[in-house]
Design a binder for this molecule. Structure first.
Ligand SMILES: NC(=O)c1ccc[n+]([C@@H]2O[C@H](COP(=O)([O-])OP(=O)(O)OC[C@H]3O[C@@H](n4cnc5c(N)ncnc54)[C@H](O)[C@@H]3O)[C@@H](O)[C@H]2O)c1
Ligand SMILES: [Zn+2]
Length: 429
């Protein structure tokens, strides 16, 4: 169990989730759903790649039958930056007023829609709301407009979380805004929209699902924190029985569908299970939190040199979020094993029910993870996306800035620990 011994242990955990509609055809009902809120002018937020599939325009057209004028903005940057978010906000402020926002896309589109919604309903600049110490940590005073989130990837779970992630270009750091008011009003998960995801996106975003489930399941238990006062409560409370349930189920769904969805994108059953896994993992980590692999992912993505992943826009180098999270996950879980051996073993068993448990139980989860990563075409370590030994101090520095995430790790994490995880992740196989 955890090494933490609080003087006055926490006895309360919380659970939050948006309203949710799930299933093939669910996206055809958004006009009706929004009309119930009294909306008359909706902004549909998406990126150019998803716009090219025709889905965002279809969603917009269907709203007009309910007296809602819908306008598509397709200027989302894949993996948003502070600059791209500001651009979207300026566009929305100049072309408003709006009384509803509909995000159609992956985490990039949904997070951009959250920032737009925040800043057309509340005054000030983006950085005032960004988490401290990078930003001002300001809380929105006014309620946001209804936000309907329609994921087209199977990954982030952003449709159920309170977070907006961005790359702050001048600081080469990924951070975010986190507040309950950012949680979408309604999540519409329609697996039919995910069929066009290319295999590279399915693999990377699927690793994001998997790490959300694994990290929240192995997170520091909520009872090991010091007791909070009501006004101090945050959406992330550490591993807890409700989040555990979602994470376990997400792992089982991934076991049944992940390899299949990457191999054959038209496999509707696999796509539906992946969509369910993404949603379930989102409900888990959105309340428990994530830890070391996500903390490491931020500098891995933020300091990218010249890596161009298959199936992503080719104009800029990038390490996609799910890939950046996956690359140090096997080593991170080798490191956290002794904080909760049973949880690590159970997670490996759920993810690969047929696997033989190795003699050293600490190797079980890393082994199952690397076998999966190899099968679905994830690069074999941070070396394969362009980093070498000499980059490790900078990467460690970036990770240590993610104290909000490291606080959820099931044991204390020192700079040396993180350096060791990065070093052993240079080449995973
Ligand atoms: N807010 C949260 O809770 C949260 C959690 C995890 C990650 N994130 C963030 O989400 C972003 C990553 O999101 P993502 O992995 O969902 O991918 P994404 O939104 O970045 O999209 C990836 C690529 O796939 C394309 N694409 C998406 N759906 C498609 C479809 N159905 N058909 C064809 N192409 C499609 C897009 O055009 C894009 O090129 C990162 O910025 C990450 O930091 C947010
Ligand atoms: Zn993630």
């Amino acid at each position: 169990m955890s090494a933490y011994r609080p003087a006055s242990p926490e006895s309360v955990f919380t659970y939050g989730a948006p309203q949710l509609k799930f299933g093939a055809g669910a996206a055809d009902e958004i006009g009706y759903d929004l009309s119930r809120t009294g909306a008359t002018r909706a902004l549909v937020v998406t990126d150019p790649g998803i716009a090219a599939t025709g889905t965002p325009q279809r969603v917009a057209d269907q709203m007009s039958r309910f007296g809602i004028e819908a306008v598509v903005f397709d200027g989302v940057h894949v993996e948003p930056t502070d600059e791209s978010l500001r651009h979207a906000v300026e566009w929305a402020r100049a072309n408003g007023p709006w009384d509803a926002i509909v995000a159609v896309g992956g985490g990039s589109s949904i997070d951009t829609a959250k920032a737009v919604d925040l800043l057309i309903t509340n005054p000030g600049d983006l950085m005032e709301y960004v988490n401290k110490p990078v930003g001002g940590g300001r809380a929105p005073e006014h309620p946001l407009h209804p936000l309907v989130a329609v994921p087209t990837t199977t990954g982030t779970g952003s449709e159920s979380t309170t977070i907006c992630v961005m790359d702050v270009l001048s600081l080469k750091v990924k951070t975010g805004i986190s507040h309950v008011r950012l949680r979408p009003t309604l999540a519409v998960i329609d697996p039919a929209l995910t069929l066009s995801q290319p295999p590279g996106v399915t693999a990377a975003s699927g690793m994001d699902i998997l790490c959300h489930a694994l990290e929240s399941y192995t997170a520091r238990p909520y009872t090991t924190f010091e007791r909070k006062r009501p006004e101090e409560r945050v959406p992330y409370c550490g591993a807890n029985p409700i989040a555990d349930m979602w994470s376990e189920k997400a792992l089982t769904l991934l076991a049944e569908s992940f390899r299949r969805a990457v191999r054959d994108g038209s496999d509707e059953d696999a796509r539906e299970k992946m969509a369910m896994a993404a949603t379930f993992a989102g409900m888990g980590f959105g309340n428990a939190g994530v830890h070391i692999p996500h903390a490491n992912a931020y500098p891995i993505a933020g300091r990218v040199k010249d890596f161009h992943p298959k199936d992503y826009p080719a104009d800029e180098p990038m390490v996609p979020h799910g890939m950046s999270v996956a690359l140090t996950a096997p080593e991170a879980f080798r490191f956290t094993f002794d904080a909760s051996p049973e949880r690590h073993r159970r997670a490996a068993r759920l993810l690969d029910p047929g696997a033989d448990e190795p003699g050293d139980p600490a190797e079980f989860l890393p082994g199952v993870l690397t076998a999966l990563m190899r099968d679905i075409g994830i690069p074999g370590g941070i070396g394969a996306v362009g980093y070498d030994e000499g980059d490790i101090p900078d990467l460690v520095d970036g990770t240590m800035k993610q104290q909000r995430l490291l606080a959820t790790a099931p044991k204390d994490v020192t700079e040396d620990d993180v350096a060791g995880i990065f070093r052993r992740s240079l080449s995973l196989w």
